[in-house]
Design a protein around this ligand. Sequence first.
Ligand SMILES: Nc1ncnc2c1ncn2[C@@H]1O[C@H](COP(=O)(O)OP(=O)(O)O)[C@@H](O)[C@H]1O
Ligand SMILES: [Mg+2]
Length: 257
Amino acid sequence: MNSVIEISHLRKEYDPVVAVADLSLSVPAGSFFGFLGPNGSGKSTTIGCLTGLLDPTAGEVRLLGESIRPYPVALKGRIGVMPENLGLFEALYAHEFLAFHARIYGLDEATTRVRVTELLEALELAGEGKKPLAQFSAGMRKRVAFAAAVIHRPEVLFLDEPFESIDPAGVALMKHGLRQLTAQGRTVFMTTHVLETVERLCDRVAIIRSPGDLVWEGEITPLARDLPVAAGGGEFRTLEALFLHLTGERYATLGWL
Ligand SMILES: Nc1ncnc2c1ncn2[C@@H]1O[C@H](COP(=O)(O)OP(=O)(O)O)[C@@H](O)[C@H]1O
Ligand SMILES: [Mg+2]
């Protein structure tokens, strides 16, 4: 198996909190990988470590064949990331922000102009040129962050809750772009709580439980992507059932409610 991400014994502590205890995971090239787990289970921390936003406490990670401890600067140009805290520059207009990203990644001026225009149009932001990013709605901000993450055609794209607060049209646009990326053999590593979307888009899934413990990893067959998930030998008819089984199904009874 040709893996683009190889995580072995990754650990990240925010003293005294252990956010990721001992995570080992391989992500095959060209896969659309769903990284799932309950709130606080260490997903964003893992993405932070994989993209160089956070320093792992221990463990080894190889990304596109290279060790990321320390993180090679050139490698950052080959990945894209839409982090949890989007990190937009509030005073900029969307086109300025995207052009800034494109130039950081070394795109020339002509390519930058074409891609910025096309991305703004594709993500239906072309009419929002008069507002700085500070005045963008949550969904519009996500669209801009998505555009910034893909503008340089990354080989591996990391998405942390990309669909949160995005309207159905925006989700459809993003899904279309993501399918296009993986069809070209690029890899997407995504966290989301929208399990129906995972069933439709992802071909592999890892489920972690707090803090960063892998409890299930496997393939969702193309057949099962449109039908109930085959995971768990047919015992679990949906990804949601498998997820709740592995991470603990809880229904608190609020007597006063
Ligand atoms: N900057 C931080 N300082 C201290 N603890 C943190 C910090 N960021 C995350 N944590 C803790 O690490 C754990 C994992 O968080 P996170 O990776 O954000 O989980 P997830 O993305 O799966 O919801 C949680 O217990 C969270 O409270
Ligand atoms: Mg998170």
